[in-house]
Write a protein that binds this ligand. Structure first.
Ligand code: ADP
Ligand code: MG
Length: 380
């Protein structure tokens, strides 16, 4: 899904107030009633509000919903993107948006730049895109909390990734440098490397294999299991004898769990085995690997991440969602067409964009847009 920022510079302070009011109202309303938006936005009169609402609806940041009980508005993915980007830009963490460099199953990855032209990476979490059924199921599970939809899970996923990335980075692990986070957006350093999956050859495959095994064991010793440690989430950089660990950079942390998790051993072994299998089949490398019994807790990174604001109950909900999503993807009854219908129902857009070939989009040259034209007017 594209991140279309072309309307950002035309929006007024009032428009952002209204958008924020709808976001606030969404916490306990699936459709936020118009009078409530007026109250939450603090605008003086309905005429001002209506003007803003029609601008926001026209550029698809919100959708008008009429039902039997009342009229109101829902935030769209684009609207949520605008709010997140706006917050990050206001903090001057980024100033310009570049090109899309990756489409994950549940994320979009872009290059971004700060005011000095330093390139960074923006990960936009979009849960509920490929596993929409799981969101629906989760919605049932959440019972009364009807508003717990894609915004809720996407934000939770980003918060969790942010918390873990910070903890890992501070502890010296080879992960991207966390830079900023708002809602479902995470800004991090751009890894100057290639995802392992695309590396036909490696300088020294045994060396990389050993680094990965050390990473997994060290991570577990510090209390964490990645849970998706595979060729898609490992980036390979140039070998630097002065800093040999930097040859690998591990990404993608929303599914990390503590070594105290009930299935910890299984999850740890799954990570290890997935690396072993990949290196054996692709590079013919067979080597030593850490066993669960070798894990000796020496750090509490799982606790650090817990303490950064992502509360336990929310993390449990996210984990349940992720498990459902995984099952739905693997399960026979995953029906993409049904998913498409549901997408429409729930304001998802740019279907064709989403089907864009990942390989193609990753080949695009990194180029940063003109800051002034796109985002300079974002600061209020
Ligand atoms: P997902 O959760 O959707 O799998 P990932 O975090 O794995 O998302 O990112 C998807 C792809 O985007 C990666 O395979 C990689 O090619 C690219 N990518 C992600 N983060 C970075 C980064 N910090 N620097 C460079 N490329 C990145
Ligand atoms: Mg990934």
């Amino acid at each position: 899904m594209k991140l279309d920022t072309s309307h950002m510079r035309y929006l007024s302070k009032t428009d952002y107030r209204v958008l924020t009011a709808i976001e606030t109202g969404s916490k306990n309303h699936l459709v936020v009633p118009t009078p409530m938006i007026l109250t939450l936005s603090g605008l003086r009169n309905m005429a001002l509000l209506q003007k803003s609402l029609s601008i926001l609806a026209k550029i698809n940041l919100i959708n008008r919903e009429k039902n039997a009980k009342y009229d109101g508005y829902k935030l769209t993915y684009h609207g949520y993107d605008y709010l997140a980007l706006k917050a990050i830009v206001n903090r001057e963490s980024i100033l310009a948006l570049g090109t899309q460099i990756g489409i994950g199953k549940e994320s979009d990855i872009f290059t971004v730049a700060d005011k000095d032209g330093n390139n960074m990476c923006l990960k936009v979490h979009r849960l509920g895109r490929t596993s929409f059924k799981a969101v629906k199921k989760q919605r049932d599970y959440l019972g009364k909390r009807q508003s717990a939809t894609w915004t809720y899970f996407s934000r939770l996923s980003a918060q969790k990734e942010w918390a873990f990335m910070q903890a890992l980075y501070d502890a010296g692990f080879s992960v991207p440098k966390p830079i900023d986070q708002s809602r479902h957006h995470v800004v991090m350093s751009l890894v100057p490397g290639t995802v392992l999956r695309k590396c036909a050859e490696l300088d020294d495959a045994s060396r990389v294999y050993a680094l990965l095994m050390d990473f997994a064991l060290e991570l577990a010793n510090n209390g964490l299991i990645h849970c998706d440690l595979n060729e898609f989430n490992i980036m390979i950089c140039d070998y630097d004898p002065a800093n040999p660990e930097s040859e690998i950079v591990v990404i993608d942390f929303p599914q990390c769990v503590s070594i105290d998790h009930p299935n910890a051993q299984e999850l740890f072994e799954r990570d290890i085995n997935s690396i072993r299998h990949y290196f054996k089949t692709k590079y013919g490398v067979v080597g030593d690997y850490p066993k669960w019994e070798q894990v000796e807790r020496s750090g509490k990174l799982d606790m650090v991440a817990d303490a950064t604001g992502t509360n336990k109950k929310a993390l449990k909900e996210l984990e349940k969602y992720q498990r459902e999503a995984e099952l739905t993807k693997e399960g026979e009854n995953f029906d993409e067409h049904e998913f498409e219908d549901e997408q429409e129902e729930d304001d998802y857009e740019d279907e064709e964009e989403e089907e864009e070939d990942e390989e193609e989009s990753e080949k695009e040259e990194v180029k940063i847009f003109d800051v002034d034209a796109h985002m300079a007017k974002l600061s209020i």
